[in-house]
Write a protein that binds this ligand. Structure first.
Ligand code: NAD
Length: 310
């Protein structure tokens, strides 16, 4: 570990932009660890929820970052991150308003090329930036057990480490700027595929009259065991506290999964990699979204195989 590593006890002034399903609880964990936060979201209700959790809300993103040593963003997609930092529709971006020498950590899942573009612009303003997309879902965000996949310079990661450790428990340095995003895209392509496969297998079992809890447990402890069966069963009534047990509200939206599979397809086209199941999975989620389920958690994809209410 390099010598300029911050000690875990260091208090940082942090601007946190994007207080949705993931960003809200992540910001709350940073505040709980003693950091001084100034938070912002374009959505009034996200701000109200974060304020109710004790966070100080800034009047704008520019105001949130004005005094910050570290800026963290957790936004939906590439265009939001690019718009925030570089500007859009004639509006200036945030980068020039961030104090030189500060650290920028983008935790959103976006295109690796966008991450690289924003990191380059940040470097030109005298800022260090890492991409640090996460895995672990809203439960991981709430419980500070997220996995971070990091792209960028070692020195920036060393500075970010105490903050990331307040929000998660596994940190992987995947490589240079954009590498965290590339790793995240591979992981989420697999997740999208395995949720469909798990749903298909559960629906087949139900069609054969099997008890969903018994079948889930058999597969969880057998060679079909996977993360969905461990932590995120898509069938209502099998597991407590997962989106399936609350009509697929909250969690990881179908439209976000669709975005991630789109990123995987772009990346496959750019590299010539074959991703037949990823392509099929993207089409499944696209149909699911087009038929009105875009805002539901992605595990609602099981509804295409089995209707829970029937
Ligand atoms: P979300 O839609 O719940 O939250 C995103 C928030 O960003 C919203 O509250 C929105 O108002 C805000 N926002 C958008 N543009 C903004 C701007 N310019 N300034 C300020 N706020 C802005 O999404 P989420 O579920 O929290 O996901 C965030 C990111 O994390 C996505 O890239 C997603 O793919 C990724 N992710 C999500 C999960 C999950 O389980 N939900 C898991 C891993 C990774």
């Amino acid at each position: 570990m390099s010598t300029n590593s911050s000690s875990a006890g260091d208090v940082r002034r942090v601007a946190f932009i994007g207080l949705g399903n993931m960003g809200g609880p992540m910001a709350a964990n940073l505040a709980k660890a003693g950091h001084v936060l100034s938070a912002f979201d374009l959505s009034r209700s996200a701000c109200d929820q974060a304020a109710a959790a004790g966070l100080e809300i800034a009047a704008s993103a520019a105001k949130a970052v004005a005094d910050a040593e570290v800026v963290i963003s957790m936004l939906p997609a590439s265009r939001h991150v690019e718009g925030l930092y570089l500007g859009s529709d004639g509006q200036p971006g945030l980068l020039p308003g961030i104090r030189p020498g500060s650290l920028v950590i983008d935790c959103s899942t976006i295109a690796p090329a966008t991450s690289r573009r924003v990191a380059l612009a940040a470097a030109q303003q005298g800022l260090s930036m890492i991409d640090a997309p996460v895995s672990g879902g809203t439960a991981g965000a709430a419980g500070a057990t997220l996995t971070f996949m990091i792209g960028g310079e070692e020195e920036a990661l060393t500075r970010a480490r105490p903050l990331l450790e307040a929000m998660g428990k596994n940190l992987f340095h995947a490589g240079a700027a954009g590498a965290g995003q590339a790793a995240k895209i591979c992981n989420n392509m697999l997740l999208g595929i395995l949720m469909i496969g798990t749903s298909e297998a559960l629906a087949l079992g139900l069609a054969n009259g099997l008890d969903p809890k018994v079948l889930s447990e058999i597969m969880r402890r057998s060679s079909g065991g996977n993360w969905a069966l461990e932590k995120y069963n898509p069938l209502p009534g099998v597991m407590e506290g997962v989106p399936a047990s609350r009509n697929y509200a909250g969690g990881f939206g179908t439209d976000l999964m669709l975005k991630d599979l789109g990123l995987a397809m772009e990346s496959a086209l750019a590299t010539g990699a074959a991703t037949p199941l990823g392509s099929l999975a993207r089409n499944f989620y696209a149909l699911h979204s087009a038929e009105g389920s875009g805002a539901l958690d992605f595990s609602s994809i099981i509804g295409r195989f089995h209707h829970a209410q029937n």
